[in-house]
Design a binder for this molecule. Structure first.
Ligand SMILES: [Fe+2]
Length: 298
């Protein structure tokens, strides 16, 4: 039988374990353990001799106290320090969470992102939260959203069903950006959000044989992405925010864990899903540190 002292020690120990776990999952892992997740690959349809370093930031979800303009500015410096050829932003700049002490306005977070610098530029797409937070755009069912205007004012190109051709060392490369697949909130309960994505229309803008990188906030588009696209980059899932032994209990994707996190290869098509930087509903991360992606192609 357990003694009274043993019982109290057990209770005290459990309390301390819960308290230290909470401090870790709410404070230490999310705030302090940001790391650079590196990938190196030669995807299909890649041009021999084209070496491209892409750095990607996903799911910033700006808000106080978790993702302040100061923290975003320091993430931008970290991204620049990786000496990328190109920086891409994968959407969800705006926070949807209620557990915030104060909002961070679009000029504030976009101003912090304006510090991003790369020789081939900074390209971005929007996420569902960037649409959902904009009441006017929701009612009108059309942009430009406040997020888009803020990014453009900060000198960052926004791709919504659009593509741009870049050139490095005489080799072309296309960056295509899909409009958000969950952009419009349902008008009636129990209906799913509607997307504004137009994959065929986006890829129709590719006018030569140079390789294509597709930016798509939600990875759920991936089964429809043709083999012609060398690499798809996504965010949105946050890797589930809690991930243990390669499994995330909660993933905002109709495919569950299939596209929850990391490098996925299906039928010789490549997808990389970032675990992102911020939080969606709860300020908890465990087994899924905030990350900056560095992808070396070539
Ligand atoms: Fe999202």
């Amino acid at each position: 039988m357990i003694t009274r002292r043993g019982f109290l020690r057990f209770i005290g120990g459990s309390f301390l374990s819960v308290a230290s776990f909470s401090a870790y999952a709410v404070g230490i892992e999310p705030m302090l353990l940001t790391h650079v997740k590196r990938y190196a690959l030669t995807p299909p349809h890649w041009t021999a001799g084209l070496k491209l370093r892409v750095v990607a930031l996903a799911d910033i979800h700006a808000c106080r106290p978790w993702m302040t303009p100061e923290r975003i500015a320091s993430l931008a410096e970290e991204a620049n320090a990786l000496k990328p050829d190109l920086i891409v932003l994968l959407g969800d700049y705006i926070a949807g969470m209620r557990l915030v002490s104060q909002r961070v306005t679009p000029p504030e977070w976009a101003g912090a992102l304006s510090g991003l610098k790369a020789p081939l530029g900074v390209l971005s797409i929007l996420g569902n939260h960037d649409w959902w937070a904009d009441g006017f755009a929701q009612r009108a069912e059309v942009g430009p959203t406040i997020a888009r205007k803020a990014l453009e004012k900060a000198g960052i190109t926004v791709l919504e069903n659009d593509a741009v051709r870049l050139e490095k060392d005489g080799h072309g490369v296309w960056i295509a950006g899909l409009a958000d697949q969950l952009a419009l909130l349902p008008k009636k309960k129990h209906e799913p959000p509607r997307g504004l994505d137009d994959l065929d229309g986006t890829l129709a803008k590719i006018s030569d044989a140079a390789p294509v990188i597709l930016l798509a906030h939600e990875p759920d588009i991936f089964p429809k992405v043709p083999w012609r696209v060398s690499l798809t980059l996504s965010g949105h899932t946050h890797g589930g925010q809690v991930r243990l032994f390669g499994f995330s209990p909660i993933v905002p994707s109709q495919f569950g864990n299939r596209y929850a996190y990391g490098h996925v290869v299906e039928n010789d098509r490549n997808l990389i899903v970032s675990g992102g930087l911020g939080f969606s509903n709860l300020p908890i991360r465990f087994g899924m540190r905030p990350e900056i992606l560095q992808i070396d192609l070539g």
